[in-house]
Ligand binder design. Structure first.
Ligand code: AHR
Length: 312
C-alpha cells in the first residue's frame, strides 16, 4: 500500500494531448462537488483534455459513459464507481481496448487486473476512527447510536459500517440501535433522522448519531434542532468527509467530530498515469489517502477558512 503524497510537492507531469474520460457518480454531496472541481483543476494543470460524464447516481449511466469513452478511444478512464459490484464486463471491454482505468474514491468487487490502480481512503479505518472517537468521548456512559448509512451497495457504506462496528466493539455500553440509508444526501439524512427521533422518545433515547458522510450529518443536525434538542450536546454527531459545512457546525458546537476524506483523488491518479505512460511504471494497486480526525480541538474555523481557500 502506498500513501498518496501532496502533488504540490512535485512538478506535475505535462499530459498535454492526453484525453481522459471521467465517469463521476453525480452530485449527491458537498464532498462529491469538491472532488469534481478538484479533478477538473488537476487535469487542467497537466494539460489534460478531460471528458466529464455525470451518472446521476446510476450505475447504468456509468456503464454507458464508459462504453462511450471506449468508443471515442480516450487515453485513460477515471471512474468513481457508485456501487461495488457489476463492473466486470465493461472493465474487461476497456482492458481489451488497452485503455487503463483508474478508480477514484470507491472500491469494487472485481479482478484487480481490470484496473490500473485505485486511489481511495481506507474506508474501514475511517469508520473505526469515528467509532474509537465515540468510545473515548462517552467513557462508561450507556450510549445508543443511530447510524445514517451511505448509498446501499457502495463500498464506503459497507466499509464505514464495518469499521465503526469494529471501533465500538470493545465498549459494551455503546450500541447501534437504529441504522438506515440516507443515500449520502443532506435531505435524506434529515428525513431519516426525523424518523429515528420519532421512534426514540423524541430523541431522548439517542446519545449519538454516526453518519457515513458530513452531508447526512448536516441534515441530521437540522432534524435534531427541529425536534427542540441541541445537536453536539444532547445528541453527539460524528461523521466522515471534512467538508466546510461540518467545520462550521463543529465551530458552533453543533457537531463533534469528522474524519477527513481528501477530495484530491485525481492528483495521485494522474501522477500514476503519467509514470505509467512515461516508462511503463506500474503503480501500487491501492493508493491510500489519509484519514485524519478533526474535533473542536483542531481549530474548526481555521479548517473552514483553509478549505474555502482551496476552493471547496
Ligand atoms: O465515496 C466517497 C463518499 O461519497 C463521500 O464520503 C460522500 O460524501 C460521497 O457521496
Amino acid at each position: 500500500l502506498a500513501t498518496a503524497l501532496s502533488t504540490a510537492a512535485f512538478a506535475q507531469a505535462d499530459l498535454s494531448g492526453k484525453v481522459i474520460g471521467f465517469s463521476q457518480i453525480g452530485s449527491e454531496s458537498g464532498w462529491r462537488a469538491a472532488e469534481t472541481s478538484v479533478t477538473r483543476s488537476e487535469a487542467e494543470a497537466r494539460g489534460v483534455d478531460l471528458k466529464f460524464a455525470d451518472a446521476q447516481q446510476k450505475q447504468e449511466n456509468q456503464i454507458k459513459a464508459i462504453r462511450g469513452f471506449i468508443a471515442q478511444g480516450v487515453d485513460a478512464i477515471l471512474m468513481a464507481p457508485v456501487v461495488a459490484t457489476g463492473w466486470d464486463d465493461v472493465l474487461a471491454e476497456a482492458k481489451e481496448a488497452e485503455i487503463p482505468v483508474v478508480l477514484l474514491d470507491r472500491g469494487i468487487d472485481a479482478p484487480e487486473d481490470l484496473y490500473l490502480t485505485s486511489v481511495a481512503s481506507d474506508q474501514v479505518l475511517e469508520g473505526r476512527v469515528a467509532g474509537e472517537w465515540l468510545v473515548n468521548e462517552v467513557g462508561d456512559e450507556d450510549c445508543s447510536v443511530v447510524e445514517l448509512q451511505g448509498t446501499v451497495g457502495s463500498s464506503p457504506a459497507i466499509n464505514r459500517k464495518q469499521g465503526f462496528e469494529e471501533g465500538i466493539a470493545s465498549a459494551s455500553n455503546i450500541k447501534i440501535t437504529q441504522s438506515q440509508t440516507g443515500d449520502f444526501t443532506r435531505s435524506k439524512g434529515k428525513e431519516v433522522m426525523e424518523a429515528f427521533l420519532k421512534s426514540s422518545n423524541g430523541g431522548a433515547d439517542i446519545c449519538a448519531v454516526y453518519a457515513h458522510n458530513d452531508d447526512m450529518a448536516v441534515g441530521a443536525i437540522q432534524a435534531i434542532k427541529d425536534a427542540g434538542l441541541k445537536p453536539g450536546t444532547d445528541i453527539k454527531v460524528v461523521s466522515i468527509d471534512g467538508v466546510p459545512d461540518i467545520f462550521t457546525a463543529i465551530a458552533a458546537g453543533e457537531a463533534n467530530a469528522t474524519v477527513e476524506l481528501t477530495p484530491n483523488m485525481a492528483g495521485p491518479a494522474l501522477d500514476a498515469l503519467a509514470a505509467y505512460w512515461a516508462d511503463g511504471t506500474e503503480p501500487e494497486k491501492f493508493i491510500i489517502t489519509e484519514s485524519k480526525l478533526y474535533t473542536a480541538e483542531n481549530d474548526p474555523q481555521g479548517e473552514y477558512d483553509r478549505r474555502k481557500g482551496l476552493g471547496y
